[in-house]
Design a protein. Structure first.
Length: 288
């Protein structure tokens, strides 16, 4: 069922509510007439749009796509500096839409680094054609992704230039900023990695604090953090549950030390409010 969230106030909307507007094939629901009127007055402030890349911080662009069949926002991010990194989370089916957005920001051939945050065959296959366009790009991936290539499942993908294992962090120097790529037991799935942009203080977090939602907004969803916590509580990601309480606490402490401005998960909207308060709540969930 399509989530019913008021885009103006962020509140849940009752299933029985009939107050709805449709813009650019997206349905918007409202819990009050005041919200509806605010939306109609300035729709650009609240509309979810998937047609153009969005700069969320200087030099950092959302280039994701909406998976209509799964009703999800699948998020990739382009980071521009002296060199260019593409943090890639995209299925083969959505690849063309994502790369179209990338091409509106920069020449695809100038991509220096491809960084898949997921170890999922569908996502891994999605970057095959990217390398054919960005011939000089280097793939920075987990050991799990490297094994897919070793097995011949990714034979058309770029050579893996750097492999991330459980005891290793790779630092990619883009010029005036660095991307720190590292594994984490919080990533939500085996072989997934986190990417931290030390200039923009953004954590590209894969499944961590993601939500199964079609919504994406540069301002973030005011209820996004609570909904992400609820998602983790419901799904009980096995790779997190396998980690010790001490390891989970250690990973959360590391992330807390970044003093993040934004958490940008691979699904659902970004989180830009209440980040500091999430750590204890998340730790409590993982310990239950």
């Amino acid at each position: 069922m399509e989530p019913k969230i008021d885009p103006v106030c962020g509140m849940d909307v009752a299933d029985s509510c009939q107050s709805m507007l449709t813009r650019e094939a997206v349905n918007y629901y409202f819990c009050s007439e005041d919200s509806r009127k605010a939306f109609e007055t300035s729709p650009e402030k609240f509309m979810v749009t998937y047609s153009e890349p969005v700069e969320i911080r200087h030099g950092v662009y959302w280039v994701g796509a909406k998976d209509s069949s799964a009703n999800l926002s699948i998020n990739s991010y382009l980071v521009l500096d002296d060199r260019v990194g593409l943090i890639y989370d995209c299925t083969t089916r959505l690849r063309n839409e994502t790369m179209s957005k990338v091409s509106r920001v920069t020449d695809i051939g100038k991509i220096n680094y491809l960084i898949p945050t997921h170890y999922v065959f569908g996502q891994c296959c999605g970057f095959r054609r990217v390398e054919q366009i960005a011939e000089d790009s280097e793939l920075v991936a987990s050991e799990a992704t490297a094994k897919l290539q070793t097995l011949g499942l990714l034979k058309d993908s770029p050579c893996i230039g750097r492999t991330i294992n459980d005891a290793k962090e790779e630092v990619i120097d883009l010029g005036h900023r660095k991307l720190h790529v590292f594994p984490s037991c919080l990533a939500g799935s085996y072989g997934a990695v986190f990417v931290y942009d030390d200039k923009s203080r953004i954590l590209f977090s894969g499944d961590f604090l993601s939500t199964p939602s079609p919504e994406w907004n540069v301002k973030g969803d005011p209820r996004g953090l609570a909904r992400a916590i609820q998602t983790h509580q419901a799904l009980k990601y096995p790779w997190i549950k396998m980690a010790s309480k001490e390891k989970v606490a250690e990973e959360l402490s590391k992330i807390r030390s970044f003093k993040l401005d934004i958490i940008a998960p691979s699904e659902g909207t970004i989180i830009s409010e209440g980040i500091e308060e999430c750590y204890d709540a998340f730790l409590e969930i993982c310990n239950t």
